[in-house]
Design a protein around this ligand. Structure first.
Ligand code: S3P
Length: 169
């Protein structure tokens, strides 16, 4: 099996979808933000704060080369900007979790720990700016994806089973 890479905007549910896929299958999962945090020994928020976004993007690219060279048969959830790495296509099958900006924002607000969810995301501090970022990325996500899954108002169990069915084809 090729790796499966979950891409999509912040808050769309890449992490919870990955956890549900693990539940429904025997696939092992890793997350690019988690790898970066353990490489650096600090949170994504702190990396942005002390080193800036460009440095964070360099770390994403390093992780992407490592994934391409060393990781197989794995489900990889990614940060919302990871899709920009130069070698994404060489890492595995790319699955986009797609939803409208309003759907994503509602999903975050509905979460019992919504404040915490927003606080840890440096690029989701200002809703207008986040919406602009969404608009600038949405067509790029679709362009690079092998599979697009509409996740709006869909239970995570259904999203996970849909992905598993489609990647097997
Ligand atoms: C980012 C998304 C974040 C994280 C970083 C940058 C982005 O991950 O990688 O804050 O550029 O969209 P999530 O998509 O898990 O929030």
């Amino acid at each position: 099996m090729k790796n499966i890479i979950l891409i999509g905007f912040m808050g769309v549910g890449k992490g919870s979808t990955a956890r549900e896929i693990v539940k429904q299958s025997k696939i092992v999962a890793i997350d690019t933000d988690d790898i970066i945090e353990s490489m650096e020994g600090r949170s994504v928020k702190k990396i942005f704060e002390f080193e800036g976004e460009a440095y964070f993007r360099e770390l994403e690219q390093r992780v992407a080369f490592w994934l391409q060279n060393s990781v197989r048969n794995t489900l990889i959830s990614t940060g919302g900007g990871f899709y920009k790495v130069s070698n994404l296509k060489n890492i595995g099958k790319i699955v986009l979790l797609d939803a409208s900006f309003d759907g994503i924002y509602q999903r975050i607000l509905n979460h019992p720990q919504s404040k915490k969810k927003l606080r840890k995301r440096p690029l989701f501090q200002d809703i207008k700016k986040a919406k602009e970022l969404y608009k600038s990325r949405v067509s790029e996500y679709k362009k690079i994806a092998d599979i697009v899954i509409n996740v709006e108002n869909k239970p995570v169990e259904k999203i996970a089973s849909e992905i598993l069915k489609k990647v097997k084809k």
